[in-house]
Structure formats: C-alpha cells, structure tokens
Ligand binder design. Structure first.
Ligand code: ADP
Length: 259
C-alpha cells in the first residue's frame, strides 16, 4: 500500500458490504470522528458487523480514537487486511500516509486512495460500513456520493452559528448529489457543570434542532460536551464501549440507524 495511489475509473462497490453510511460535517472539530467511532462501537455492541473507514485526509483520527496500532498487512501485495478494535473492522487513510507528514495530495490521489480503501480492503461481510469523511464539500465527498452506493449521510454539527453555516453547505451538497440525509446530530449541545449542576449552552442553544426542523430532517441526537467522551477518545477506547449515559445515548442513536 505504499506510494501514491492513482485514481481508477468505474464504480466502487465493496462486495459483502450491505450499506455504507457517511458521517459528514461542514466544519472540522465539531466531533464528526468522535461520533463516527462511537456509532461504530455502539452498532458492534448491538451485534452488527461494522466497518469504519477513516477518510478524513486532513486529520485521520480513527487509529488514535479506536486505539489501533500497527499497519494493515498486504500479504499478496494487492488486497489489504484491515485492522480490528472494539469489534469494529478499521481502515484509515492515516495508514496510507506517513505519520506526522502533512497531506498535500491533489484530487486524483485522494480519489485513488479512497477507491483503494473501498475496493482493495478485505472488509468481509458487513452490515454497515461507516465512513468518517473529511470536513467540508471536497473531492472525497464528491467521489463517495457519486461513485458508491451510499445508503445515506449523517451531518454532525455543534449549535454554533459558524458550524451551522458550514453544515448547511454540506447538506446542500448531499441534496444536489441526491444522497439521502438520514438526519443531523448535534454535538457539544450543552455542558452540565459538575460543580454547580447547572446546564450551560456554550456553543449556543438548539441551533441544530431548529435547522433539522426547518429542513424536515430528523434530529438523531443531542450530545453534551463531556470530559469522559474526550478522554475516552484520546485513550483509544470510545465512550460507547463502556457503560453510562453517553454509551446509552450512542446506543440509542445506533439502534435507530440500522433498524
Ligand atoms: P472532527 O472529526 O469533527 O474534526 P473530533 O471528533 O476530532 O472532530 O473532535 C474534536 C475534539 O473534540 C476532539 O479532541 C474530541 O475528543 C473532542 N470532542 C468531540 N466531541 C466531544 C464531546 N461531546 N465532548 C467533549 N469533547 C468532545
């Protein structure tokens, strides 16, 4: 899997994968990767066969968040064996670039890498393949929407105006490309102060819910700013792998996704 991948023509269709769900955001840093990892783990805990494809070229976080180390092997030099963690089959674009190197790939290289990760990885039989997209509306999103049988996309945003502004652009892109949007997830909705017990709307209040209402889309969940969520991500064991309110919140969203 070394070298720079080249773009191929033709549709990308991993055999054995029942459905592909893309997790998108307009802005970076809103928790798209955190949500992707936790939904993947929650689905796996519900007995689903789950894959997680980290296509976030600008900041591939899944190796860290899912706690996988090492490189996927390619014994035959053609197909790639994905890694496993927390019951999830994982492939990351981070495995294809040298750590600590900034990615300055042009569009065709990005598309080639995406095609490789979809077509040459031994995903096996999967009920759902979750794709952690880069933020925004670039080549990777375009390729995924037009060249794969995408079952749908979920857009993650914080309630902050600048995040919502960009989330609308992502929603507009899916609309234009006729990719079904399954719903919105509001992340960092509020913070419950452990000292005073009060609820603080640090990034604003209810912006994503209002957007969902306006667009007639489901609000799939509202997740708080949560220290344990952040720590769990940094430690490589997503919060959804444990017990408690956050794990339950993710389980609830996951159950509604693959009913
Ligand atoms: P994105 O994929 O949108 O760039 P990340 O999932 O990488 O965002 O999240 C950005 C940062 O915010 C990470 O450090 C992550 O641990 C943290 N984070 C995400 N969601 C939450 C949350 N609900 N509460 C606390 N920290 C969060």
């Amino acid at each position: 899997i070394g070298g720079h991948p080249k773009a191929q023509s033709g549709p990308i269709k991993p055999s054995g994968v029942s459905r592909i769900l893309a997790i998108a955001s307009g802005k970076g840093g809103v928790g798209k990767s955190t949500v992707s990892a936790n939904l993947a783990v929650a689905l796996a805990r519900q007995g689903r066969k789950v894959g997680l494809l980290d296509a976030d070229i600008y900041g591939p976080s899944q190796p860290r968040m899912m706690g996988v180390t090492g490189q996927p092997a390619s014994p035959d030099g053609k197909t790639i064996e994905p890694l496993q963690a927390h019951g999830v089959t994982i492939m990351s674009i981070g495995f294809m670039v040298e750590a600590r190197k900034a990615v300055v790939w042009r569009g065709p290289m990005l598309i080639g890498a995406l095609q490789q990760m979809l077509g040459q990885v031994n995903w096996g039989e999967l009920d759902v393949l979750i794709v952690d997209l880069p933020p925004g509306t670039g080549d990777v999103q375009l390729t995924l929407c037009t060249k794969t049988e995408l079952s749908g996309a979920i857009v993650v945003s914080t309630p902050q105006d600048v995040a919502l502004l960009d989330a609308r652009k992502a929603l507009d892109m899916f609309n234009t490309l006729k990719t079904p949007v399954l719903g919105l997830i509001e992340n960092m909705s509020f913070f419950t102060c452990p000292d005073c017990g009060g609820t603080h709307h640090i990034f604003g209040n209810g912006g994503v819910a209002a957007e969902a209402r306006e667009l007639g889309l489901p609000l799939l969940g509202s997740l708080p700013i949560d220290l344990e969520t952040r720590l769990a991500g940094d430690n490589g064991t997503p919060i959804a792998a444990g017990e408690g309110q956050m794990a339950e919140a993710y389980a609830k969203i996951a159950a509604g996704l693959v009913a």
